[in-house]
Design a protein around this ligand. Structure first.
Ligand SMILES: *Cc1c(COP(=O)(O)O)cnc(C)c1O
Length: 352
């Protein structure tokens, strides 16, 4: 019997959403769970969380809370667009591949225009070419660009790349949205501040993922220009995203941001990806479908190796990026990462 089948609940790395709640987020939820507090965001925790964001981002941004990333992205994009507008994204962007049409639905039809890319990163040249390809009345007018940082396959935009994209956006009258479902991982990997990654580089709206960072649930939407946030609270309410007991959505952010856990956990997750990659990189037949830059490893290996991993109880997805994806979260146990690495190396060697 293999180790994994003896321990059917052993840690898995199929998704960073397999992890539980990190202590800092849970602790804040427990602290918020005392006495009564005003509902619908009028509580002290929500005020405190929004202030924490303003401190961490070093700017007076408008902050909103949603239950998940699909809602955060969709509502943020809807706030930037009229129904006849379009949003430029990469062909592998979560907004177009994994949100079931929600961005189009919540914007009443703003069309997503995909730029084909392997890495998930789009370039200023491609954005410019797409915008300039049409200016007639028959084409949905480009109004926003959305980038995922890090991308769905774990690639990072450098600050210079974000600045170059935002320069084209300004030039073309487009707003720049960032899907930061793993924003913390990007900050940890690039070693830059949240401000440098966003408003200082020209990002107009950020969706900051709390769930994959270690919270039970919740994403924050940050508008760096207040005029873009006008009536956004109504948009959230209409979409079913206004939590009545808002304190439980907002308090975990206080715990994450004030303790620095948001960055610490992301750095740990990134380090686990590097740990796996470095232990398996020389195994025969192994290659990486994408450079390991954040908290994911996309493994290319012979079919027999992948089947062997599955037989040993390892869970992974192959529908994103076409390779076996391993994704690390705040709770990734380095010893368990090493078990995975050993199994990969062993299976690769015996497949020779
Ligand atoms: C996980 C994820 C989201 C959010 O997904 P939800 O399941 O709606 O919370 C958004 N963007 C990216 C790139 C993601 O990986």
């Amino acid at each position: 019997m293999t180790k994994q089948s003896r321990h059917p609940r052993a840690q898995q790395f199929a998704s960073d959403n397999y992890a539980g709640i990190c202590p800092e987020a849970l602790d804040a939820m427990l602290k918020a769970n005392s006495g009564s507090e005003p509902a619908y965001g009028e509580d002290i925790w929500t005020t405190h969380a929004a202030d924490s964001f303003r401190t961490v981002f070093e700017t007076d941004c408008e902050v909103f809370f949603a239950f998940n990333g699909t809602a955060a992205n969709s509502l943020a994009l809807a706030a930037l667009c009229q129904s006849y507008h379009s949003v430029i994204c990469s062909s592998s962007a979560h907004v177009i591949t994994d949100e079931c049409g929600a961005p189009e639905f919540f914007s009443n039809g703003s069309k997503l225009l995909a730029i084909a890319t392997e890495s998930g990163k789009i370039t200023p040249e491609a954005v410019r070419a797409l915008v300039e390809s049409r200016s007639d009345i028959h084409f949905p007018k480009p109004r926003a660009v959305t980038i995922t940082q890090p991308t769905e396959t774990g690639q990072l935009y450098s600050i210079a790349e974000i600045e170059a994209l935002s320069a084209v956006c300004r030039d073309q009258g487009l707003k720049l949205h960032m899907d930061g479902a793993r924003f913390a991982n990007a900050c940890a990997a690039l070693g830059c501040t949240p401000a440098e990654m966003t408003w200082k580089a020209g990002v107009d709206v950020l969706c900051f993922g709390g769930t994959k960072n270690g919270m039970a649930v919740g994403e924050a939407i940050l508008f760096f220009s207040p005029e873009l946030a006008v009536d956004f609270d109504y948009r959230c309410k209409q979409a079913g995203q206004l939590a009545s007991k808002m304190r439980f959505l907002s308090a975990p952010w206080v715990g994450m941001l004030e303790s620095g856990a948001w960055l610490k956990h992301a750095a740990h997750a990134n380090a686990c990806a590097v740990r796996l990659a470095s232990r398996i990189k020389d195994a025969p037949g192994v290659s990486f479908a994408f450079p390991v830059e954040a908290n994911s490893v996309f493994l290319n290996a012979p079919e027999s190796v992948l089947a062997g991993l599955a037989a040993r109880g390892w869970k992974f997805y192959t529908f994103i990026g076409g390779a076996a994806r391993f994704m690390f979260a705040w709770d990734a146990d380095p010893a368990r990462v090493d078990e995975l690495a050993e199994d990969i190396v062993e299976l690769c060697s015996s497949a020779q």
